[in-house]
Design a protein around this ligand. Structure first.
Ligand SMILES: [Zn+2]
Length: 68
């Protein structure tokens, strides 16, 4: 987890931007981003933002379920 060496590219298909974050590919796939079958996923700034947004939404949905 965490920082990524310089020159590593974003794992999302059709994106070639420089990666800023390394995450578990499983978690990234769970948000609907296409990152292939590697164990680690590298995300660029934009896709990391998207990833964070989606994980946040998932958490909210879970909370709503608890209340219901
Ligand atoms: Zn990207």
């Amino acid at each position: 987890m965490g920082r990524v060496a310089k020159g590593v590219k974003c794992s999302v298909s059709s994106c070639g931007a420089e990666a800023v974050r390394s995450l578990s590919a499983e978690k990234v796939r769970a948000t609907g981003l296409r990152v292939g079958n590697e164990r680690r996923a590298y995300l660029c700034k934009e896709h990391y933002k998207e990833y964070k947004k989606k994980t946040k939404k998932d958490k909210q949905v879970e909370q709503w379920r608890y209340k219901a």
